[in-house]
Design a binder for this molecule. Structure first.
Ligand SMILES: [Zn+2]
Length: 241
């Protein structure tokens, strides 16, 4: 039983490295970069249309966009993960009640899982019976076989919210960096954002099957397309004001 627990823990660590935090971190950062880059370019275009490039307005828009986007991402992520965990906890409680009310049938049910995989009936029944002496481990075995989760394995909504806030904010900071270093020209934001888009896209290839240059170029095109649209809208609306 200790061996089984250890294997399950190892599996958890493995899964977290691949899909747990890496994926939302990269996608959250890309989200922040694309949306803030497009927002700042839109304001730059709009202010250029009415005369001069308004650095104050661009930087204010950048900070507001960073905070608004990061809070909205965190809130969305919190709600999504929390409701998912609550749903799983409710299912786990139902399963635990079944284990308490019908322990013999549940011992047999778990044994059958192993019998189907080729374990002999004697060994499977003995294993299941012994495991049932530890109620929590027995419940974990049932819930992970039946719907793929255990009580200790549920993602934390708070951690999900904090990490998506940080990821979005990190991406959204990229187009602001030249201004923080004293620049007054949107063109430097554009250059660093395009580099950032390519880099973020290339990083996505680590969790997909695409090559780094394909993912990088695709992200570069999507991000610069979004910025081109907001630039066009900004200049059009700016000129109309
Ligand atoms: Zn069961």
């Amino acid at each position: 039983m200790k061996q089984g627990q250890k294997m399950m823990d190892g599996e958890t660590i493995h899964r977290n490295i691949n899909g747990g935090w890496m994926r939302p971190a990269v996608f959250g950062a890309m989200d922040g970069l694309v949306s803030n880059f497009a927002l700042m370019v839109g304001v730059a275009g709009g202010s250029q249309a009415v005369g001069i490039e308004n650095t104050t307005a661009i930087v204010l828009a950048g900070f507001a966009g960073l905070l608004a986007g990061a809070f909205s991402m965190a809130a969305g992520e919190y709600t999504s993960v929390a409701s998912q965990a609550e749903l799983a906890m409710a299912e786990i409680e139902i399963e635990k009640n079944e284990l308490r009310q019908n322990p013999d049938a549940e011992i047999k049910e778990l044994a059958e899982v192993w019998i189907k995989r080729g374990v002999s009936e004697t060994v499977a029944m003995q294993f299941s019976k012994e495991l049932s002496n530890n109620f929590e481990a027995f419940a974990d075995a049932h819930t992970s076989e039946e719907f793929g989760v255990t009580a200790g394995d549920l993602p934390s909504a708070k951690m999900a919210a904090i990490s998506s806030f940080i990821a979005f904010a990190a991406g959204a900071t990229v187009p602001l960096v030249p201004y923080l270093l004293g620049s007054t020209k949107i063109v430097y934001s554009m250059i660093i954002s395009l580099i950032g888009l390519f880099g973020a896209g290339a990083m996505v290839s680590l969790v997909t099957t695409r090559t780094w240059w394909y993912s990088g170029t695709r992200q570069l095109l999507i991000g610069s397309g979004a910025a081109a649209i907001t630039w066009f809208l900004g200049t059009t609306i700016g000129a109309a004001l």
